[in-house]
Design a protein around this ligand. Structure first.
Ligand SMILES: *Cc1c(COP(=O)(O)O)cnc(C)c1O
Length: 341
């Protein structure tokens, strides 16, 4: 039985055309700034999100953590969304590496200007830790691939900047937001000091993310990347895959979104509550018997991860075709029949 892997959009394998691009990549030592493919990728990525410069890093976590280090000092507070990736899924790095605390604001992955103002603490109060950075996440992983509404996002970022805070966009899946909302990534990222996005999620590259911002900020980011051990040598082999993904795999994200909606409809028909309704490539649904459901689906080579007790997340991606959605639903129905027997 062919496994259907809906655990994450990180499980994709490079396509033959992508491998071809990797095989023929021109390379050099990127720590010396001499890898032509990395240089091309960084220029293309920065332009794509409307920033001056970009630095290629091994992971989205490193991009976010470099950004947090860049924009804060030890003992300060970062404001982020409820369930933010920078808080929950980065191994405690913000406190361990940057020495900051994270306070979450808003609900369901979003927050507005009032929430930023209400949480703001100025450096002049010696009793309290000052809030110096705002991190927004779009699309929001923990909230099920939710798109941050543009007006709300711009209002919140504007409020943070008026208060003298720095701003970072965790856009791991920024192009899912672009494709689903029709708002260009550069517009979404416009007001932020820095923006990170991943090539290794829906875009389908094996490795890599970028951090983008102005020239001076990205120069500082390069030193932090070196400190963290992220200086890679003939990284053009990886950059070629990322460049290929940026050029060929953005528009097709719309297919993932269509498949996620179809999967959600099928799951609802099987009697499982789906919420929220998918806006991009994730389907969040409830099954009371977490372990039973895991066993019954794994036994049928259907891989879906729980995100908490009784709650599951299925993600569509490059390696999930239209027929795979039908097959996944058929296996789900069987698994549920067994569970309910
Ligand atoms: C995946 C992800 C990241 C980065 O994860 P890596 O696995 O380190 O590349 C950052 N933010 C969000 C919202 C993500 O989903």
């Amino acid at each position: 039985m062919k496994p259907i892997d809906l655990r994450s959009d990180t499980v994709t394998r490079p396509t033959p055309a992508m491998r071809e691009a990797m095989a023929h990549a021109e390379v050099g030592d990127d720590v010396y700034g001499e890898d032509p493919t990395v240089n091309r990728l960084e220029a293309a990525a920065a332009a794509r999100v409307g920033k001056e410069a970009a630095v290629f890093v091994p992971s989205g976590t490193m991009a976010n953590q470099i950004a947090i280090r860049l924009h804060t000092h030890h003992g300060e507070v970062v404001l982020a969304s409820q369930g933010a990736h920078v808080l929950r899924y980065e191994g405690g790095a913000a406190s361990a590496l940057a020495g900051v605390q994270i306070t979450t604001i808003g609900t369901a992955g979003c927050f507005d200007a009032d929430a930023v103002r209400a949480a703001y603490v100025p450096a002049s109060n010696v009793h309290l830790a000052p809030t110096t950075l705002l991190v927004a996440e779009d699309t929001h992983n923990g909230a099920g691939g939710r798109i941050f509404p543009l007006a709300m996002l711009q209002g919140a970022v504007g409020a943070a900047q008026d208060l003298g805070m720095r701003t970072h966009l965790d856009g791991a899946r920024l192009f899912d937001a672009e494709v689903a909302s029709g708002v260009p990534a550069a517009r979404i990222a416009e007001r932020f000091d820095t923006v990170a996005f991943c090539f290794s999620k829906g875009l389908g590259a094996p490795v890599g993310s970028v951090l983008c911002g102005d020239e001076a900020t990205i120069l500082r980011a390069r030193r932090l990347r070196k400190m963290l051990g992220g200086g890679m040598r003939q990284a053009g082999v990886l950059a070629a895959a990322a460049l290929y993904a940026l050029e060929h795999h953005v528009d097709r994200l719309a297919e993932d979104h269509i498949r996620a909606r179809r999967l959600a409809e099928g799951i609802e028909k099987l009697g499982l509550p789906v919420h929220p309704a998918p806006e991009t490539n994730m389907v969040m649904f409830d099954v009371a018997d977490t372990m039973g459901f895991l066993r019954a689906t794994r036994a049928r080579e259907l891989w879906i991860n729980p995100t908490g007790p009784g709650r599951f997340r299925a993600v569509t991606h490059l390696d999930v075709g239209s027929a795979d959605v039908d097959e996944a639903l058929a296996r789900l129905e069987e698994a549920l029949t067994e569970l309910r027997a």
